[in-house]
Design a protein around this ligand. Structure first.
Ligand code: SME
Length: 157
């Protein structure tokens, strides 16, 4: 597959329904994690026009910036720091409707208003996180969590 088939609809759920199988097909035969995270970032940025989408990966007890699409971002995040570090510590998804109300939020960009961060699990441990930022308040819901988790299922080093 060289191009994504993008549907015209305002419904994010319909966009996910079209996009998720295409992304699963894109990464199915490729064992390299970084290559797959890079293509997932590009496909989600192209398909859903998020402000910032990318991955941080656990390396030497820090989250280190991985493949992403969007403006430049902070490179290292400690455990328990910001939204990403909290997701790592708690091993659960965080949906933050207003980043200004999240204690310790790390503002890589002042344009970011809401955020969803999902842990990437590998053998029961967090190996990284998927972070998506929106320039709109309250832009994420359980719908995003549900479809994004489908994309992340089965990823491993
Ligand atoms: N806002 C995140 C940091 C990463 S950037 O938004 C790309 C956080 O608080 O963890």
């Amino acid at each position: 597959m060289e191009t994504l088939n993008l549907i015209q609809t305002d419904s994010r759920e319909e966009q996910y329904k079209s996009l998720v199988p295409q992304i699963k097909a894109l990464i199915a035969d490729e064992p390299d994690l970084i290559a797959n995270l890079a293509n997932i970032s590009a496909a989600l940025k192209t398909g859903l026009d998020f402000y910032w989408i990318g991955f941080y990966l656990v390396k030497n007890n820090e989250l280190v910036l991985g493949p992403f699409q969007g403006p430049i971002a902070c490179t290292r995040i400690g455990k328990g720091k910001g939204v990403c570090g909290s997701v790592w510590e708690k091993e659960q998804t965080f949906i933050v409707p207003d980043v200004d109300q999240f204690p310790g939020h790390i503002a890589c960009s002042s344009a970011s208003r809401s955020e969803i961060v999902i842990p990437l699990m590998n053998n029961g441990e967090v190996m990284g996180v998927l972070d998506i930022d929106s320039d709109k308040l309250n832009d994420f819901s359980e719908v995003d969590e549900q479809y994004l988790k489908q994309i992340l299922e089965g990823l491993q080093w």
